[in-house]
Design a protein around this ligand. Structure first.
Ligand SMILES: [Cu+2]
Length: 125
């Protein structure tokens, strides 16, 4: 009798875990849109980068790097210290070249998420 109860409890635990894992996979917050978009080519002088999140997120790291020179771009505005669904970051007018934007953030479900995207500023580097 006791063995059966333990078996039922164990199988319920496994099903519960599988169900919650499935849910959290879909609840993860991510960047679902950015301006410039991933892979986009934009005109020289771009001075703002915009990130849209699938859910509310508190961005903790945003690293913008010129892929050619390896130099980091210093944003002119700081990251909002709260959960938001969109972040606009002012940057010094970007010179032509390839850029990589890497981000790390905490979703409202407490999960730490990260990702990156690339874009090109048109013109002669
Ligand atoms: Cu999540």
């Amino acid at each position: 009798m006791k063995k059966i109860q333990i078996l039922i409890a164990a199988s319920m635990l496994v099903f519960g875990l599988a169900a919650s894992l499935g849910q959290t996979t879909y609840a993860h917050t991510k960047v679902n849109k950015s301006i410039p978009a991933d892979g986009a080519t934009v005109a020289a002088g771009l001075s703002e980068i915009e990130l849209h999140f699938a859910g509310k997120m508190r961005l903790t790291v945003l690293k913008i790097t010129n892929s050619g020179s390896g130099e980091a771009v210093s944003p002119k505005s700081s990251l909002p210290p709260k959960f938001v669904s969109q972040v606009n970051i002012a940057v010094p007018p970007l010179v032509p070249g390839d850029y990589n934007v890497a981000w790390i953030g905490v979703g409202s479900d407490g999960h730490v998420m990260k990702g990156e995207f690339k874009f090109t500023v048109a013109g002669k580097p």
